[in-house]
Design a protein. Structure first.
Length: 461
């Protein structure tokens, strides 16, 4: 067999010649062979002097064939490489070559010959192995699709979902590592968990930029404080701005998440502008806490929206100025105000409260009178609807989910990490948001009358 001198550079062929000469000398001197590695011992045992001399004399450009191998009978016997005259075979010999096998040092084959060899092996489609007796399926056209493990698949199906489910429950990467080890006996690194959750970045970005329905009857706005490590490495308090909406079907849905170092009406205006840019053009009632300037920011973005201050926040803020001895009487007096049947009755109760407590606690009366227009919005609706709007309990429940999730994560490494983790927590909690809020049909009828012309038609699930 004639071999191209380009197969190996000269220095490599010289090294091979030197090594082959040593093996030939080892064979000639009949030295002990049991100490040799298996492959080298096979060469020493099976090669003849002629084979060694052919390789050395030709500087590894020619080789004798002397190693067992089997091929499928070819359709054509046209030679695919140049063959030295003394090694040429007749068609009869070639047929015997394919039926009985042949011997030869594969390491001496040229690159082109090895490629031909590979093609011949791949051509043995569905042929049984002579050594082991089983069939090996071949797929030269790339049509075979594995059933158990897909092409390019690195992890079992469902594994990522289980990791994300544990992550959404508030577990850290180290906790997940321990749980997987305990349940499945598999060691995974915290880095792998981070890589799996990193795939959520695109999902979170798409979710925060998604289009919204044009009309939302009720929207709750609130903020929760989280600890975030900034770019400088310093840990500081950040406010997670949360917007929760109730659609025309009465079902809750998280509208958006934003993060800032402080909570203020100015940033809330940016959040409301973002909602408007994403398609939310009209809100009937916005339920918020008593943050200064919050109501004014809402009216800038949504002039037609009615603002309802959270009564629970107002009572809680009022009791900060009250002694423990007076806290229960003051709370009962405030309760009579917001549980009145009409606005007129509520105003009378406020005056009675002022007569009793204004001298001792003037700040409470001043705050309630200053915010009165945004407190009495609830009296425009029947009692069943008031329970849905006079507090921000709906969004407080969302905040409790966030707090539960962040209990194991005292500090977030970055703002992106905080948004991603909170999104995971709320996505997990929203699975249970399948039913409309209580008395929604009654509220919808009232909205249709009070906000005539603004209710979308038709209302379909």
């Amino acid at each position: 067999m004639n071999m191209s001198p380009k197969v190996r550079p000269l220095w490599m062929r010289l090294l091979l010649m030197f090594g082959t000469s040593l093996l030939w000398a080892y064979k000639t001197l009949h030295l002990p062979r049991f100490i040799l590695p298996r492959d080298i011992k096979s060469v020493v045992n099976n090669w003849t002097n002629e084979m060694f001399w052919t390789l050395i004399k030709s500087r590894f450009t020619e080789a004798s064939i002397d190693q067992t191998c089997y091929f499928k009978m070819p359709i054509s016997f046209k030679p695919k490489a140049q063959v030295a005259p003394k090694f040429q075979m007749s068609e009869k010999d070639i047929k015997l070559f394919y039926t009985q096998g042949f011997l030869g040092p594969f390491d001496a084959f040229s690159h082109d010959e090895m490629m031909d060899f590979k093609k011949e092996v791949l051509a043995l489609e569905n042929e049984k192995s002579k050594a082991y007796g089983w069939a090996t399926p071949r797929d030269r056209h790339g049509t075979f699709e594995p059933q158990l493990i897909a092409k390019h698949q690195r992890r079992l199906s469902g594994f990522d979902e289980k990791i994300l489910a544990l992550y959404a429950k508030g577990m850290t990467t180290r906790d997940i590592q321990d749980v997987v080890k305990e349940l499945y006996g598999v060691d995974i690194s915290p880095t792998l968990v981070s890589e799996i959750t990193a795939d959520l970045d695109a999902e979170v970005t798409a979710w925060r930029q998604r289009r919204l329905e044009a009309v939302w009857p009720i929207v709750y706005l609130d903020g929760i404080v989280v600890q975030v490590r900034g770019e400088s490495g310093r840990v500081s308090q950040h406010t997670m701005y949360v917007a929760l909406g109730v659609n025309v079907l009465g079902k809750k849905e998280l509208l958006g998440l934003w993060l800032s170092e402080t909570e203020g009406a100015k940033f809330w205006l940016n959040c409301l502008t973002d909602l408007k840019n994403r398609g939310l053009s009209d809100i009937f009632i916005v339920c918020v806490d008593g943050l200064t300037g919050f109501a004014e920011a809402i009216r800038v973005a949504y002039p037609q929206a009615k603002v309802q201050l959270c009564i629970v926040h107002l009572v809680r803020a009022a009791l900060k100025y009250v002694t423990d001895q007076d806290s229960k009487p003051v709370a009962r007096g405030l309760k009579k105000i917001y549980q009145s049947a009409t606005v007129a009755e509520a105003e009378q109760e406020l005056e009675r409260f002022a007569e009793v407590w204004e001298t001792k606690y003037p700040t409470i009366v001043k705050q309630w009178r200053l915010k009165w227009n945004d407190i009495i919005t609830l009296f425009d609706f029947p009692p069943p609807i008031r329970k849905a709007i006079y507090t921000t309990n709906a969004i407080e429940s969302v905040n409790s989910v966030i707090r539960k999730f962040t209990r194991n994560r005292k500090i977030y490494p970055s703002e992106e990490s905080a948004l991603k983790n909170v999104y995971m927590a709320i996505r997990e909690a929203s699975i249970k948001w399948t039913m409309p809020i209580h008395h929604w049909k009654q509220a919808l009828n009232h909205f249709a009358i009070l906000f005539e012309g603004r209710m979308p038609q038709p209302i379909t699930p």
